[in-house]
Write a protein that binds this ligand. Structure first.
Ligand code: BGC
Length: 724
């Protein structure tokens, strides 16, 4: 359909019909215009797969037997693979299922930067580094949209906490906004051609992001050329005039009074009562409808040429398992006690409630009614088969004491009253629940310790749950819940060779036992194949290759936002750490970490040397840098390394981070194989945001290029002179 046809369609629409298209007429859809062949626009969460269907006007699960979905690894897991091809595969899978379920827009991916490890929704995002986020979000968005489904990249922008998420006012410098918080969105729009963007709940500089002229009209449309639909977060609109004028196309919310939404009857009344210039208002409404029709047209919603989507086949399942495998991060392996040799283990003890827990149904809007979910325990049992006796002891008990959705409990679904700030403040669990948990823990711990004495090997699987990694609530600290520190410490006394495995969506404080553990494995909420993938790593069927997409600080107090007293703030939060987010802070200010950004071990060893760089003119007539190096797998088994290139300005004219990630590649090598790798660094790799000229600039001078395994392990360095 040409632009002309869209204009003709707009000309035929009545004001009522247009209004119907720009606000929710259901919790997840807008009104269509049947007489003109315009269908309703149907959306669905979310980032870990297509969410179950709700009744149109209540948050009640319809209870369909045909809305089970593939449960995908969470975005942090995906980012931990550092594998762009897997991001593409994951996107394809998500898009196909969304389309198969009749959705037009999938409310994903979430890409907010992990400013603090305590943010409850970290698991939905891709870590702390804008470059890594950008590289992963582009193929993910492209994969989704290959299926005639729109993505909805969220939450635009600076939605970095859950505490008071509805009204907190974020104060952030222009430079930090440009260098840290915006690049992922810019990449999704400019390179990924994302068709949807969701405004964030929070305010930025005093204005709600869902109707923020500078963000939506200025940066998004005028600067980046965004042509798609801007959608509000659910209940993120607070003012009719601002929503009308400031660049929001579609208002969605959590309540069923659809006609009372800001961009519904109140907007019509405002026009009728002459409170707004009629012509200007109608032009703005047309603009919104134009964006919506443009996307509908691109998705072939108006011409009957649309792809059907559908459930995923065997190959997709394999991709999903591969993503889960590549996301597992081996954090410690002293004395190479991993992988375990299944032939030597006749009796295996698995301890820990997370071994046996399914995580898909939790977390808030990222919940999934999974087709299935293989837990670690099931994965281990399936992998070992009949020759090993697998004994399971929970070791600790989870009484849901931390779960805001469980402890507030007014509605069946936390989202129904998610706009009520009061109910979103962490509530202490009832005393009897805490007491019960303590008592059960005692019994479970003794039981597990006893069993550990006569097993051939012990695997502990603990970590967090969606009581903690959840929408609507931040964690108070990084400690492991459910008294796990005590259990792990005591287990390690009985069995110093206990393999500690953590399943979680964000960093945890491990200081109570980290020095005593030999083998430590970290798995995220890794999707429906997660348990088998983890088992494959533990028993050496897959050589781990995941790397941390975020720093694991020793404890939350080391995080700059927390240390400054600016997480989570109160009415407002000031991002005083500026650009020094994540490793940019730990690295520059020499703060010891538990595990640095980019870290991850393998069962083999890689040597990377011989970094060389050359400044070249690229096709866009700007300068770029070609970096080459050699990488060898010097161990005895095949594996994958993640080579990371960091750039450091030798004589910065403004304060800069000690170094920044500007290129990476995941490289698969057979045992003994050596390869030359070449990566390109574009001019952007040397830029910083200059607050005086309000633009990105490059300073001429010397730059160091560092070849690294993680931010704390630089293996080779070279220097270049960059002239403008
Ligand atoms: C969340 C969004 C989600 C929306 C719809 C909001 O509470 O912040 O991420 O897509 O609900 O469920």
């Amino acid at each position: 359909m040409t632009k002309d046809k869209i204009e003709k369609l707009i000309a035929q629409l009545t004001l009522q019909e247009k209004i119907g298209m720009i606000h929710g007429n259901g919790l997840f859809e807008t009104k269509g215009v049947e007489r003109l062949g315009i269908p309703p626009f149907r959306t669905s969460d979310g980032p870990r797969g297509v969410r179950k269907d709700f009744e149109n006007d209540t948050w009640k699960d319809i209870g369909l037997s045909y809305d089970y979905a593939s449960y995908l690894p969470c975005n942090t897991a995906l980012a931990a693979t550092w594998n762009r091809a897997l991001a593409h595969e994951t996107g394809k899978l998500l898009g196909r299922e969304a389309r198969g379920r009749g959705k037009d827009m999938i409310l994903a991916p979430g890409i907010n930067i992990m400013r603090s490890p305590l943010c409850g929704r970290s698991f939905e995002y891709m870590g702390e580094d804008p470059y890594l986020v950008s590289e992963m979000v582009v193929p993910l968005v492209q994969g989704i949209e290959e299926n005639d489904v729109s993505s909805c990249v969220k939450h635009f922008v600076a939605n970095n906490q859950e505490t008071r998420r509805i009204d907190v006012d974020v104060e952030v410098s222009e430079r930090a906004l440009r260098e840290i918080y915006l690049p992922g969105f810019e990449a999704a729009v400019r390179r990924g051609k994302a068709k949807g963007i969701m405004g964030a709940y929070n305010k930025l500089g005093g204005t709600h992001c869902c109707h923020h002229d500078g963000l939506l009209n200025g940066i998004l449309r005028r600067e980046w050329g965004f042509e798609g639909i801007t959608v509000s977060d659910w209940g993120g609109v607070h003012d009719t005039m601002e929503a009308l004028m400031n660049g929001l196309d579609m208002e969605m919310s959590v309540t069923s009074d659809f006609d009372d939404y800001y961009m519904a009857d109140p907007l019509i009344r405002m026009i009728e009562d002459g409170k707004v210039d009629r012509k200007a208002a109608l032009a703005k409404i047309d603009e919104k409808v134009r964006h919506i029709l443009h996307v509908m047209n691109e998705l072939h919603m108006l011409d009957g040429e649309r792809s059907a989507g559908g459930y995923n086949d065997y190959n997709d399942k394999a991709a999903l398992r591969q993503t889960a495998r590549e996301s597992v991060v081996l954090l410690k392996n002293d004395g190479n006690i991993l992988p375990l040799d299944r032939k030597k283990i006749r009796k295996l003890l698995v301890v820990g409630e997370n071994a046996n827990r399914q995580h898909a149904p939790g977390g808030g809007s990222a919940e999934i009614k999974a087709l299935y979910e293989i837990t670690p325990l099931l994965g281990i049992q399936m992998l070992l088969g009949g020759n090993t006796e697998v004994v399971y002891k929970p070791g600790y008990h989870n009484e849901d004491v931390g779960n805001i959705w469980a402890n507030t409990g007014d509605s069946e679904n936390g989202q129904a009253d998610s706009l009520n700030q009061e109910s979103r403040t962490a509530q202490a669990a009832p005393e009897e629940k805490i007491k019960r948990q303590r008592e059960i823990n005692e019994t479970y711990r003794k039981d597990a310790l006893e069993a550990a004495e006569n097993a051939d090997a012990v695997i502990f699987v603990g970590g967090l749950t969606h009581d903690y990694d959840t929408e609507g609530q931040d964690r108070a600290d990084m400690r492991l819940p459910y008294d796990q520190d005590r259990l792990i410490t005591e287990l390690l006394k009985v069995r110093p060779d206990t393999i500690v495995t953590l399943v979680a969506g964000s960093p945890v404080d491990m200081s109570a036992w980290l020095a005593d553990v030999s083998a430590l494995v970290y798995s995220w909420y890794a999707g429906m194949e997660g348990g088998i993938a983890l088992a494959e790593v533990l028993f050496g069927e897959y050589n781990p290759s995941g790397h941390l997409p975020e720093t694991f600080p020793v404890c939350e107090k080391d995080c700059p936002a927390v240390a400054l007293g600016e997480f989570p703030g109160s009415d407002s939060v000031s991002y005083g750490e500026d650009i020094f987010v994540g490793y940019r802070y730990y690295d520059t200010y020499d703060v010891a970490t538990a595990f640095p950004f980019g870290y991850g071990l393998s069962y083999t060893d890689f040597v990377m040397t011989g970094i060389r760089a050359e400044v070249i003119e690229d096709t866009a007539q700007s300068k770029g840098v070609k970096v080459s190096f050699d990488i060898s797998n010097i161990g005895s088994r095949a594996g994958a390394a993640v080579a990371q290139i960091y750039v450091a300005d030798k004589c910065p004219k403004v304060k800069k981070a000690a170094k920044e990630l500007k290129a990476f590649e995941k490289i698969y090598l057979e045992a003994g194989e050596t390869r030359e790798v070449t990566l390109m660094l574009e001019r952007e790799a040397f830029m910083y945001y200059d607050e005086t000229s309000h633009s990105f600039k490059v300073d001429a001078g010397s730059y160091m290029l560092m070849l690294a395994k993680n931010t704390e392990e630089i293996v080779d360095v070279t220097e270049i002179e960059f002239e403008i």
